[in-house]
Write a protein that binds this ligand. Structure first.
Ligand SMILES: NC(=O)c1ccc[n+]([C@@H]2O[C@H](COP(=O)([O-])OP(=O)(O)OC[C@H]3O[C@@H](n4cnc5c(N)ncnc54)[C@H](OP(=O)(O)O)[C@@H]3O)[C@@H](O)[C@H]2O)c1
Length: 210
C-alpha cells in the first residue's frame, strides 16, 4: 500500500524521531508545523505544511492538501501544567475527518496510565501522576475519548516515561497488563509507531523498552 502521512507534532522530541524513521524508510509524509518552528524539521523527504492545530481552518486546510492515508498525532506541551493542546488539537483533526468523510487512519502518542491502563500503574506511579502531571493525564484522557467515540480505525500508543537517546529496538508492547520497565527511548517509540502502521495494527498498545 502506498502511504502518505500527515504528522502533527513533527517538531517535538518524539515527532522529529518519527520524521527520521519515515525518511529512512522512504515513506512519503508531510509535517504540520507552527510558524517559527520550521527549522526543527531537518529530514529531506518532509514537506512542511504551516498551521496552528488550535485553528480549525488551518487544520482543515492542512488535511485537505493531499489524499493522506494516515495521520500521526504526537502533539504535546512543554508547559508542565499540561495545557489542553492534545485534546483540542485532536478534536479539530477528528472533526475535519468527519465533516469531510475522510477515512485516514489515526495513530496517536498517548501515555501509559490513561484509560484502563491506570490500574496497571504501581502505587508510586499513580501518586507521581496525580501530583505532577494530572492535567497532562486529563488532556490525554479527553484526547483518547475523542478518538474512541468518533473513529473506527485508530492505533493509540501509550508509552511509559520518554527518554532521549539511540534506538535500542528492544521494545515490549501489550494491550493490557503491567509493563516490565518504566521508560522508553523516543526513537524506539518512533520505530514502534511506524512499524505498527506498516503492519496495520489497530487498538491500544502500551509500550516500554524491554
Ligand atoms: N514526557 C514523557 O515522559 C511522556 C510519557 C508518555 C507520554 N508522553 C506524551 O508524548 C507526547 C509527545 O511528547 P514529546 O515530549 O515528544 O512532546 P514535545 O517535545 O513537547 O512536542 C510537542 C509538539 O507539539 C507541537 N505543538 C504544540 N502546540 C502546537 C500548536 N498549537 N500547533 C501545532 N503544533 C503544536 C509542538 O510544536 P512546536 O515545536 O512549535 O512547539 C511540538 O512539535 C506528548 O503528548 C506527551 O504527553 C510523554
Amino acid at each position: 500500500m502506498n502511504r502518505n502521512i500527515l504528522l502533527f507534532g513533527a517538531t517535538g522530541n518524539t515527532g522529529v524521531e518519527i520524521c527520521k524513521e519515515l525518511n529512512t524508510l522512504n515513506i512519503q509524509h508531510s509535517a504540520f508545523v507552527r510558524k517559527g518552528s520550521e527549522s526543527k524539521v531537518n529530514t529531506n523527504l518532509t514537506e512542511i505544511i504551516s498551521g496552528d492545530v488550535l485553528q480549525k481552518k488551518d487544520v482543515e486546510n492542512g488535511i485537505l492538501t493531499h489524499d493522506f492515508t494516515d495521520i500521526i498525532i504526537a502533539l504535546g506541551s512543554r508547559d508542565l501544567k499540561g495545557g489542553n493542546i492534545r485534546s483540542l488539537g485532536t478534536k479539530n483533526i477528528v472533526d475535519t475527518l468527519k465533516s469531510n468523510s475522510l477515512k485516514c487512519k489515526i495513530h496517536i502518542i498517548s501515555a501509559h496510565g490513561i484509560g484502563n491502563s491506570w490500574n496497571n500503574l504501581k502505587w508510586y506511579e499513580k501518586l507521581i501522576s496525580k501530583l505532577f502531571i494530572g492535567k497532562t493525564m486529563k488532556d490525554h484522557e479527553l484526547q483518547e475519548l475523542t478518538i474512541k467515540q468518533n473513529l473506527s480505525s485508530f492505533h493509540i500508543i501509550r508509552p511509559v516515561a520518554l527518554k532521549n537517546g539511540e534506538a535500542t529496538e528492544k521494545i515490549y508492547s501489550c494491550s493490557k497488563g503491567s509493563l516490565p520497565n518504566g521508560s522508553i527511548i523516543r526513537a524506539d517509540v518512533a520505530k514502534f509507531l511506524v512499524k505498527s502502521m506498516i503492519e496495520d495494527t489497530s487498538g491500544i498498545s502500551s509500550i516500554c523498552n524491554s
